[in-house]
Unconditional design. Structure first.
Length: 445
């Protein structure tokens, strides 16, 4: 499935953008799992409306007239958010009316030439509806009135927004038809740009010891043999508490997350000298949550003093800290010297091919029968789980539906057992597996 479209919410401060964002996130975001390291404190939320879904991005207020050092960066920050977005919601304050900053933001949006909906917020009554007429002066199109606080007009707004969004590509192309998209992700200053240059064999992206040098997600196409790749160098993802809400880096993080969304395989880069930090877990959590195939890459391994058992001890500690990525292979490299970098692409290929693998229904159910025979269905107070059959409904990641007599009896521990059995049976290393449980009579999707 293609990546979800991105919708940026922009406007000057105090027009209700964050209220709208929080209402949408609180009402519609789906918590898939509580795995440690799978972060929830993000600046985006997945929203579904009828048959459409998209990613809503929260942005800081744009104040083009402020002399405050942070606020003067707003125009550049907004440009990044707008550039990344497929559509834009331009928020204005229906109670206050048009102010000079609204005209400045409108001018910025017209130059961007992106689909825009003008949203007049804080309209709480039919009598106030007439106040929207003044906003035609912004030259953005027909204003839509809502109240974020009371959720008035939200349905009409989302319906119009979905008409502007590009339709997601539901088709799965033949392997090799499109370049394999590789995103290099990690916290700042772990050597992402150096690794990209080492893989490419040239200095195509800027390298510096200063954390945050890379502000963009930079795409670099290349080929090896018959296979084409695109490698994406991303900005370092810092812990949110260390990112000023209105700083440029906040939007660099959005771009890095967007790169994870559109990649086929993520290289999760760690600094060997630091071990696995909390922020490494957060970055890896983004990758896991998005269902991406990945390889864990430990960089700067040449700087570690080694003795007998060093590699094994380090690997054990890493696996313990990244338990939710137990399916990913680990590579120890030095991007600076090129040590073992040549081993990464075969691991990428393996993860990519496994994520795209389809298992015939008969073969899948043979493996399921074998698993149940070895470890029978669990029971609870005299009731025993029965799994009738399984089918694969999608790839990237491989997603299987199991039809059972009772979802309540299908405990998490047994699900993990089935998942591990499928992974071993079909050699699905490098990719997550998703298992959906349905009671007989439920739809498969």
């Amino acid at each position: 499935m293609g990546s979800k479209p991105i919708v940026a919410v922009v406007g000057r401060p105090n027009v209700g953008k964050s209220t709208f964002f929080n209402k949408m996130a609180g009402a519609r975001i789906a918590i898939v799992e509580d795995t440690p390291g799978v972060t929830r404190d993000r600046v985006y939320a997945d929203v579904s409306w009828q048959n459409d879904s998209f990613t809503l991005v929260d942005t800081g207020g744009i104040d083009p007239f402020s002399t405050d050092p942070l606020l003067t960066q707003m125009r550049e920050q907004a440009a990044i958010a707008i550039e990344t977005a497929d559509a834009i919601l331009f928020f204005v304050d229906g109670r206050e009316g048009i102010v000079g900053a609204d005209h400045e933001v409108a001018s910025l949006l017209r130059r961007a030439k992106k689909p825009v909906l003008l949203v007049v917020n804080k309209i709480d009554s039919p009598m106030a509806e007439a106040e929207k007429l003044d906003f035609y002066a912004l030259g953005i199109g027909e204003p839509m009135t809502i109240s974020s606080v009371n959720l008035l007009g939200i349905g009409d707004l989302l319906e119009e927004l979905c008409k502007l969004l590009p339709k997601q590509d539901e088709t799965e192309g033949e392997e090799g038809a499109e370049p394999v998209q590789i995103a290099v992700v990690g916290k700042p200053n772990v050597g992402k740009s150096s690794l990209v240059n080492s893989i490419l064999g040239e200095s195509r992206v800027m390298v510096s010891d200063i954390a945050g040098t890379t502000r963009d997600a930079i795409d670099s196409p290349f080929s090896v043999g018959e296979r084409n790749y695109t490698i994406i160098d991303t900005a370092g993802i810092r812990r949110k508490a260390k990112i000023e809400d209105r700083s440029l880096e906040r939007y660099s993080v959005i771009r890095a997350l967007a790169a994870i969304r559109r990649c086929d395989v993520a290289l999760v880069l760690l600094n060997a000298q630091d071990g696995v930090t909390e922020q490494d877990q957060r970055v890896a959590g983004y990758v896991r949550e998005e269902g991406k195939a990945c390889v864990v890459v430990v960089n700067k391994w040449d700087l570690i003093e080694k003795e007998t058992g060093t590699l094994e001890a380090y690997s054990k500690a890493l696996r313990n800290e990244l338990k939710f990525l137990d399916y990913a292979k680990v590579a120890f490299i030095s991007a600076k010297t090129g040590q073992r970098v040549q081993r990464l692409l075969p691991l990428v290929d393996e993860a990519f091919e496994n994520a795209a693998r389809r298992i015939p229904t008969g073969v899948l159910n043979d493996a399921l029968h074998e698993a149940v025979t070895v470890t029978p269905h669990p029971s609870d107070r005299g009731r025993r789980l029965r799994i009738y059959y399984a089918t694969q409904v999608s790839t990237k990641p491989p997603t299987f539906v199991l039809f059972v007599n009772s979802k309540e009896l299908f405990h998490y521990s047994y699900e993990r057992y089935i998942e591990n059995h499928f992974r071993k049976s079909f050699m699905l290393e490098g990719t997550p597996i998703r298992i959906l449980v349905r009671e007989r009579g439920e739809k498969e999707a």
